[in-house]
Design a protein around this ligand. Structure first.
Ligand code: DAH
Length: 341
C-alpha cells in the first residue's frame, strides 16, 4: 500500500508539473482527483483492508489527497497569474503616449467675423435682429427710394422669383431697415447680419451669395458726427486701434448724404501695397444719413428724428482681416482652407 501511494504521488506530481495550460490542468484534476481517478479508487479500496491496516492506509491516502489538492490549487493560481500577465502585456496601454485628440468642429470664418462685428456694435448699444432672405420688391427697393425703373436698380443684379407679385432674393440687408422701423418706434439701434444674393458671375471678389451686416440708428439729434464716431470705433475694434478712417461722398438712394468709408491700410499703414491696391486706403462699407423720405414711409417724422445707416460685406471684412485673396474659398468646403480658422 505504502509503495502504491509513493508511486502514485510521484506520477501525479510529475504530470502536474508538466501541465502548462488551464486545459491540461483541468485534465490533470479529472485524472487524479476525479471520482474515477486513482485517489478515489484507493480510498474506496480501504474498506477491503483489515481494520488495523485500514487506519494507517487511510491516513496515508488522505494525506496524499490533501497534498495533491493543495498542489493543484497552487498550480492553478500560478497558471491564472501567468495568463493574466500575458493578457496584461499584450493589451498594455502606455499612458505616457500622447492621446488622440477628438476631432471637434469649429465656427466658419464667416460666422466668426459676424460675431465679432455684432459684438463690437453690441458694446455700443446695438441690438441684433434678422430678416427674411426671400423679400418683396417693396422692402428691397421701393421703400428704400428705388422705385421700378429707377436707374439705381442696376447697382444690384437681382435674382427674381416667379409669382404674381414681384418677389426676389434680397440683394442687401437694407430692407430690414424698413421692416424694423415698421414695428419699432425710435429710438432704434439695430445691427442686421444676414445672407444676400446677387445675379452675378463669380470671380475672386464676387460671389452670387454672401453676407452683409447692416446697421441703423434713429433718434432725436443724431448727426453725421455720430455716424463717424461709431464707425471709427468699430474700425478700431476690428482692424486695430491705430486705424485712421476716411469718409468720401457716395450715392445710395436711401441715404442723404451718402458716404463710403475707408480705413488706412493696416498692412502697409498707408504707404501702399497689394492689399490696398497701392492707394493706402481700403473701402470697407457704405453709409449715410437716412433719407427723410425713407423715414416718412415708416411714419417717423424727419423734423423730429434723424439717423444713420451703414452696410458692409462680411466676407470682404474677413478677407481683409485674414489676408484671404479669393471670396470663392468661403463656400468651396475645402477643409484645408477651413481648418486654418
Ligand atoms: N445696401 C448697400 C449695398 O448693398 C450698402 C449700404 C450703403 C447700406 C449705404 C447702407 C447705407 O445702410 O447707408 O450696396
Amino acid at each position: 500500500m505504502q509503495q502504491q501511494m509513493d508511486d502514485l504521488r510521484a506520477k501525479a506530481l510529475a504530470s502536474l508539473d508538466a501541465a502548462s495550460t488551464p486545459a491540461a490542468l483541468e485534465e490533470w484534476r479529472v485524472a487524479y482527483l476525479g471520482r474515477k481517478g486513482p485517489m478515489s479508487q484507493a480510498l474506496r479500496g480501504l474498506s477491503a483492508l483489515a481494520p488495523e491496516e485500514r487506519r494507517a492506509a487511510g491516513a496515508q491516502a488522505n494525506e496524499l489527497k490533501t497534498l495533491l489538492e493543495e498542489r493543484f490549487a497552487a498550480k492553478s493560481a500560478s497558471l491564472q497569474d501567468a495568463v493574466a500577465a500575458t493578457i496584461a502585456q499584450r493589451e498594455a496601454i502606455d499612458v505616457t503616449l500622447p492621446g488622440w485628440r477628438p476631432l471637434a468642429g469649429h465656427l466658419h470664418p464667416t460666422t466668426r467675423v459676424i460675431r465679432e462685428i455684432t459684438r463690437a456694435f453690441a458694446d455700443m448699444g446695438f441690438q441684433t435682429v434678422e430678416g427674411p432672405e426671400v423679400e418683396w420688391d417693396y422692402y428691397n427697393f421701393e421703400a428704400l427710394n428705388i422705385p421700378p425703373g429707377h436707374p439705381a436698380r442696376d447697382m444690384w443684379d437681382t435674382l427674381w422669383l416667379e409669382g404674381q407679385r414681384p418677389m426676389l432674393l434680397r440683394t442687401h440687408t437694407s430692407p430690414m431697415q424698413i421692416r424694423h422701423m415698421e414695428t419699432h418706434k425710435p429710438p432704434v439701434r439695430v445691427i442686421v447680419p444676414g445672407k444676400v444674393y446677387r445675379h452675378e458671375a463669380t470671380d475672386a471678389t464676387h460671389e452670387w451669395h454672401f453676407h452683409q451686416v447692416e446697421g441703423l440708428a434713429i433718434d432725436e439729434g443724431i448727426s453725421f458726427a455720430d455716424l463717424k464716431g461709431t464707425l471709427y470705433e468699430f474700425a478700431r475694434r476690428i482692424f486695430g486701434v491705430e486705424r485712421k478712417v476716411r469718409f468720401r461722398c457716395d450715392y445710395f438712394p436711401f441715404v442723404e448724404p451718402g458716404a463710403e468709408m475707408a480705413i488706412d491700410c493696416f498692412v502697409c499703414e498707408g504707404k501702399g501695397c497689394r492689399v490696398c491696391g497701392h492707394s493706402g486706403w481700403i473701402e470697407i462699407m457704405g453709409a449715410g444719413m437716412v433719407h427723410p423720405d425713407v423715414l416718412r414711409r415708416v411714419n417717423v417724422d424727419p423734423a423730429r428724428y434723424t439717423g444713420y445707416a451703414f452696410g458692409m460685406g462680411v466676407e470682404r471684412i474677413a478677407m481683409l482681416k485674414y489676408g484671404i485673396d479669393d471670396i470663392r474659398l468661403f463656400y468651396a468646403n475645402d477643409l484645408r482652407f477651413l481648418r486654418q480658422f
